[in-house]
Design a protein around this ligand. Structure first.
Ligand code: ADP
Ligand code: MG
Length: 498
């Protein structure tokens, strides 16, 4: 049967979205495939569809529990019941039962952490895996923006599963990251389906603010005048909460969303936003992956993004319906300090690493496999630092690396990671400072160029503000902001004259 007919029959869609058919055909032809398609273009279909034609199990490695849950529900909705997500949401009994009867599932979603459990690998080895899917595959790469150590082992796991046919999916990976993905997975021959990362219906605007207060006022002004709904991204949970409260005071329907909220609250807020009960979400980067909302009209960044890739992912949540949307970054000189502190705080310091290994040495712990978790507090490790060091040490100890060597390896790794992360920040800073087309610079990061005239491209090219405004149709917000500055200057002058 023609692929289009099968699409209609199984999924109810009348045509493929760009790239889907190429990816599916490549998989059906038995080629390992790397697909880089923008967020929202229906990458999930690229592994759901072949499930109707290939014999065996489709194993999907997915980075987020909520994302997996979402996919399972979506598949259930279209009548596919042979699907399960192996994660911590399952009760012990259900998990036991599922693992005993894995063969009855056509689609198995799993986190990279779970894939590391040897019992689970053994169970999976008993299946015939017709497709091994790595969703959000950029997480594999040390150059990827959201590095996850467990992803590094996927190559090894793939080998243990008999090197099955593989599909790597990502939305925003630089050339270097794409090569890194293939290398880590141990794939040499691959079919590539890569589309542009550009989203021409999203205008890109950087606005410089004098200081924090001005930025805050500008944010309120933007939320009051821009067409919604919108997302405001923050790098700090606290500031996201504060601004959400401030905007609520001004009468907007706003909630904050970040990893500090419990799972239920997060799901509730996400649903409220999706169903139009909220105008704006004040979010950290925890929000957005897998959120299917077509009509998001603006994305504001209150803090400086940590890297170009995540910035592009975040603004890409706007305008899925193809209508004009705007991405605004508010920048105040010195804003790069926060991302720098954040990346430094994610990794253990040299002093912490030295302390840990000295402690292990003095306490004769040379033959251990895992670190004692009480060392976390004694050594003053944050959750994220501890997860990193704990993971790293267990890998090294399992390979019988000596304490001295392990200490050296970890320190070197941390220092390399810091170089990468800091250079990512510098790149964003450079982008803020240039006087050339913003879009072209973003695209060049992915070895692309703009190639044509895009209306409402960026603040350097040209933006027709009225397109994005809901209330104040006359006068650009820039003018307004200038007027506001004049007003402030007047007040200051009159104060001085008193
Ligand atoms: P991605 O992973 O690329 O961000 P998803 O797989 O989550 O995107 O799909 C986004 C949305 O697009 C889903 O709601 C899905 O049902 C829809 N979709 C996928 N393929 C098609 C198609 N061919 N026609 C219409 N809608 C589609
Ligand atoms: Mg996806």
């Amino acid at each position: 049967m023609e692929l289009e007919k099968l699409l209609k029959k199984h999924f109810g869609h009348s045509s493929f979205k760009p790239g889907q058919k190429e990816v599916i055909s490549s998989i059906l032809a038995g080629n390992h495939t790397l697909a880089m398609l923008p967020t929202g273009t229906g990458k999930s279909l690229c592994y759901q569809f072949p499930g109707n034609l290939l014999d065996g199990t489709i194993l999907i490695v997915s980075p987020l529990l909520s994302l997996m849950q979402d996919q399972v529900e979506q598949m259930m909705k279209i009548g596919e019941k042979r699907v399960i997500a192996l994660n911590s949401f399952l009760t012990v009994d259900v998990k036991k039962d599922a693992l005993r009867n894995l063969g009855k599932y056509k689609y198995i979603f799993i986190s990279p952490e779970m894939l590391n459990v040897s019992y689970i690998i053994q169970r999976l080895q008993g299946l015939s895996i017709c497709l091994f899917v790595v969703d959000e595959a950029h997480c594999i790469s040390q150059w990827g923006y959201d590095f996850r150590p467990d992803y590094l082992k996927l190559g090894e796991i793939r080998e243990q599963l008999g090197n099955p046919l593989t599909l790597a999916l990502t939305a925003t990976a630089t050339k270097q990251v794409r090569e890194d993905i293939l290398h880590s997975l141990g794939i040499s021959e691959v079919e590539r389906v890569e589309s542009s990362v550009d989203r021409p219906n999203i205008g890109i605007f950087i606005e410089k603010c004098e200081d924090y207060r001005e930025k805050q006022n500008r944010l309120i002004e933007l939320v009051s005048t821009l067409k919604g709904p919108g997302i405001i991204y923050f790098s700090s949970k606290k500031v996201a909460e504060q601004m959400a409260a401030l905007l609520r005071e001004k009468g907007f329907n706003v909630m904050a969303y970040h990893s500090g909220l419990d799972q239920e609250q997060r799901i509730l807020i996400q649903q409220q936003f999706i169903y139009g009960q909220l105008d704006v979400i004040c979010a950290t980067s925890a929000f957005g992956m897998g959120v299917n909302k077509e009509n998001i009209r603006f994305i504001i960044h209150f803090h400086m993004p940590l890297q170009i890739e995540s910035y592009l992912q975040e603004i890409g949540r706007a305008g899925r319906d193809g209508k004009p949307s705007i991405a605004i970054l508010l920048y105040t000189s010195g804003d790069e300090q926060l991302p720098t502190q954040l990346v430094e705080g994610e990794l253990p310091t040299d002093q912490q690493i030295d302390w840990l290994f000295t402690w292990l040495h003095h306490n004769g712990q040379t033959e251990i496999l895992n670190l004692d978790s009480s060392l976390k507090n004694i050594g003053g490790f944050s959750d994220i630092q501890w997860r990193f060091i704990d993971e790293f040490c267990s890998q090294l100890f399992r390979n019988h690396t000596s304490l001295e060597k392990s200490c050296e390896v970890i320190k070197e790794y941390v220092s390399n990671r810091l170089v990468v992360k800091k250079s990512n920040i510098s790149r964003v800073k450079k982008w803020i400072e240039i006087n050339e087309c913003r879009r072209d610079f973003l695209l060049s990061h992915f070895d692309e160029s703009i190639g044509r005239n895009i209306p409402n491209c960026c603040d350097i090219c040209q933006i027709e503000w009225s397109l994005f405004m809901a209330k104040e149709k006359n006068g650009s917000p820039i003018e307004k902001s200038e007027k506001w500055k004049d007003y402030l200057a007047q007040i200051l002058l009159s104060e001085l004259e008193k």
